[in-house]
Design a protein around this ligand. Sequence first.
Ligand SMILES: Cc1ncc(C[n+]2csc(CCOP(=O)(O)OP(=O)(O)O)c2C)c(N)n1
Ligand SMILES: [Mg+2]
Length: 343
Amino acid sequence: MNAKVQASKKLSLEQKKRLLEEMLFARRFEERCYEAYVERKIGGFLHLYSGEEACAHGVIEAANPGSDYVLTSYRDHVHAIKCGVDPKAVMAELYAKVTGCCKGLGGSMHIFGVENRFMGGYALVGGPFPLAAGIAKGIQMKKGKEICICFLGDAANNQGTFHESLNMAKLWNLPVLYVCENNLYGIGTRIDRSTAVVDQYKRVSAYNIPSTQVDGQDVEIVYEAAVEAVEHVRSGKGPYFLELMTYRYRGHSMSDSNAYRPKSEERIWSDRDPIIMLRDRLVEAKEMTIEDYKKMDNQILDQIESEVIKFAEESPEPPLEMLEKYVLVENDPWVKGGRGGVN
Ligand SMILES: Cc1ncc(C[n+]2csc(CCOP(=O)(O)OP(=O)(O)O)c2C)c(N)n1
Ligand SMILES: [Mg+2]
């Protein structure tokens, strides 16, 4: 568990280099997921996060992963890995193998890592808002120093759970940070066709919750905004809402042909790729060369192939007896306080 309580206000050079590597790993990991899906090694739903990497990385870097609780939607692989869930266990989960982080029974939308306090990926849009408030209430009752961070998309804010949860969170001054990853679309509908107030950070003033909107493509800006937000929540001042303006580079999910977005808009955002922006900044500052970057990229590609994919490919499928075993939590003898049951 990470003992760090307060992050420094700006990223150090060492952090920038590590974040570049982590974000590139996340991008390559997800590109490989795309290929495996096309090869039919991965089934079901698959929502990729490519383009949005600076959001999860900047925010979680500013928190205490492993100690603070993190929840998100179905676009969840990268958040889980940044919280410390083993990428091999994430890939094995996507491959529906027994070595997956949910024993192969959850799949892409339900990545979980309790020991890393990554409290899930959720398929129901808006589902995590009240869960995060509940976790935060638990922290408050135990007088803990942790906080709960709830990532969700822009379209999720039109769910009733958003308003109910934010009202309660403020009323009870809960230690919860809501992070809106505003990628301008909910599936194929652009935000200005679905949402009366397009700037999401403005909506929370109705609940007297402080908020900011920043560039979600620049990991340094995300980190700096997140440090302030985390400090606010951890110091007992109650909830905070951070809106990150971002863009997903692929369709909503693998079944989305992505035909509804103008190419000119896509180009504006691909010119602001969070990984390339950070790389170019480091190269310009002579902290690394393009050759260093290519070498890092090749090492990552090798690692994904020789460790992550190999592990998922070679792992066994869940045995048939597992079909009933995890249907009810009390049947899981691993769950403390459960009633035992089938072993
Ligand atoms: C309660 C509920 N309603 C509808 C859906 C179908 N649905 C899946 S994703 C999605 C759009 C969500 O968009 P957003 O919150 O902006 O997240 P993004 O996919 O852009 O990350 C919808 C409507 C769902 N999963 N759950
Ligand atoms: Mg969205």
